[in-house]
Design a protein around this ligand. Structure first.
Ligand code: M6R
Length: 477
């Protein structure tokens, strides 16, 4: 409308004048009635990517949309105007000069953006986790040690820092919670994890001795991007863990560690989470190693466990039928609670988000020790509680929390590691994970939680890949 008001035969002038009156983020594709077969595009804050192919030109808000059609693309810069016809794309910068954008290669193959025989992308993406993990971990091993040389991230990034701040949204933030646990445990550096939409409005304590890590699958989440810009402005070193190459967060960061998950299409994030975990583990190992908190031998041993976990994840993929059977009993629940301690609490947050996102069942995650400070009053007859008890150091404590909820009528689904000896009367269903060292169980527990959410959603006849009210990339605040 506003562009129309300024239109006097010169489309670019109308777009410039019209958008100069706007506040906030936008990405527009504009057609003029008297200029047929031509699309003009401009953006501010929100992403726009474009590609020209033999068959014509394409513009989209997400690179994933281009994968099946193009091999190369570019990101339209903020306040540049693209004039798109079937024969060419012409870009002009804010001064009206012709601008040659940087062209990126699309390395994801076309099949990655198709369901490949699965009913839903989410199930396909759950199954892609072992390969995504291998692709993310393998290039970062040199002489058995964690190594970011191929990413051009030197150890300088860790020098002179006295704290790490991780900021992200949703599932990516949950990967940050696990990252905090691993970094503090192994490298003994204080880490805080902040939800990006909170971080940016709380005048965070950040300076040049802070390493700010942002995590994002899309690399376009508006709040995470704003948090990153704020951290940079305050002098922090910035490192991002991103899946989409050339995305805004990747471009804004001093350093990038790409996750190699391939395109993630289902709104519910699965494989992107696993590879984010892998990168957070690699950061923890490298940092612990260069700060001499772990020895060469220990670093190598952790790396070998990280490599081996890919096969264990493959093993857990065969738990589908068992989890489906349990999920069928949960579809009528009004509320479902997840409890755990330490790494299992961080996992509970992710399991709960996944479930509520695609099943529309109300769910909360609680640190198991917090039950008696309020939550336990919500436990009544037949309320399902998913309890994660995979960590030996707090195992007995979680089991005691399980007894507390069970005695109040909860239906308990207990997820334990292979070594746990569980009294059968303690739970209604038990899922026993394959033998793994405790630090690495998040990679396999999460598969069970992803299956659980998936099967509850399928059983309820919902659209697993596109839950109501949600978008894959949240490019607005
Ligand atoms: O693209 P990002 O990783 O920045 O997205 C962050 C969240 O919007 C995202 O993880 C969201 O929580 C997922 N849909 C959860 O499955």
């Amino acid at each position: 409308m506003i562009i129309d008001e300024y239109y006097n035969g010169d489309p670019e002038e109308a777009i410039r004048l019209g958008t100069s009156k706007l506040v906030g983020a936008y990405g527009f594709c504009i057609m003029f009635e008297d200029i047929p077969e031509t699309i003009y595009a401009i953006r501010s804050g929100s992403p726009l990517v474009a590609a020209h192919t033999e068959k014509g030109s394409i513009i989209a808000s997400d690179m994933v949309a281009l994968v099946s059609h193009a091999k190369h693309y570019f990101v339209l810069k903020e306040n540049h105007i693209a004039k798109i016809t079937k024969d060419e794309i012409l870009v002009k910068n804010e001064y009206g000069d012709i601008y040659g954008p940087t062209i990126h290669h699309i390395s994801w193959d076309v099949g990655a953006a198709k369901k490949g025989g699965y009913d839903y992308f989410m199930m396909k993406e759950i199954h892609e986790q072992p390969d995504a993990l291998k692709n993310t971990i393998t290039p970062r091993i040199a002489n058995g040690l964690p190594d970011f040389s191929t990413d051009h991230v030197s150890d300088d990034i860790f020098m002179g820092i006295n704290r790490i701040v991780i900021t992200a949204c949703g599932t990516a933030m949950h990967a940050g919670l696990i990252g905090k646990n691993m970094i503090e445990r192994l490298a003994r550096i204080p880490v805080t994890v902040d939800i990006a939409s909170e971080f940016r409005y709380q005048n965070p304590i950040i300076d040049e001795k802070t390493l700010l890590i942002t995590i994002s699958q899309s690399g376009e989440t508006a709040d995470t991007l704003a948090a990153l810009k704020l951290g940079k402005a305050k002098g922090a070193k910035t490192l991002s863990v991103v899946n989409v190459k050339g995305s805004s967060i990747a471009r804004e960061s001093d350093y990038v560690l790409y996750t190699h998950a391939g395109p993630e299409i289902a709104v519910a994030s699965t494989k992107a989470y696993s590879v984010q975990l892998a990168v957070m583990y690699l950061i923890a190992f490298r940092l612990a190693y260069v700060t001499k908190n772990i020895s060469d031998r220990e670093a190598k041993s952790y790396m070998s466990e990280l490599v081996n976990i890919c096969d264990t994840v493959e093993e857990v993929l065969s738990f589908d039928a068992q989890v489906e059977n349990i999920a069928k009993r949960l579809t009528k629940a009004d509320d479902i609670f997840f409890i755990g301690r330490g790494l299992d609490y961080a996992l509970s947050c992710e399991g709960s988000l996944k479930l509520k996102e695609i099943s529309y069942i109300h769910s909360e995650a609680y640190a198991a020790g917090e039950l008696k400070h309020g939550t336990i009053s919500l436990i009544t007859d037949n309320v399902p509680v998913i309890a994660l008890a995979t960590q030996p150091d707090v195992y007995a404590k979680v089991i005691s929390n399980v007894q507390e909820v069970r005695s109040r009528g909860a239906k308990v689904i207990l997820i334990t590691d292979a070594n746990a000896s569980v009294d059968a009367s303690l739970c209604d269903h038990q899922i026993v994970l394959p033998e793994t060292s405790a630090l690495f169980t998040p990679f396999i527990s999460v598969v069970v939680l992803q299956y659980l959410a998936y099967y509850v959603s399928v059983e309820k006849g919902l659209n697993v890949d596109q839950p109501r009210n949600l978008a894959k990339s949240v490019t607005v605040e």
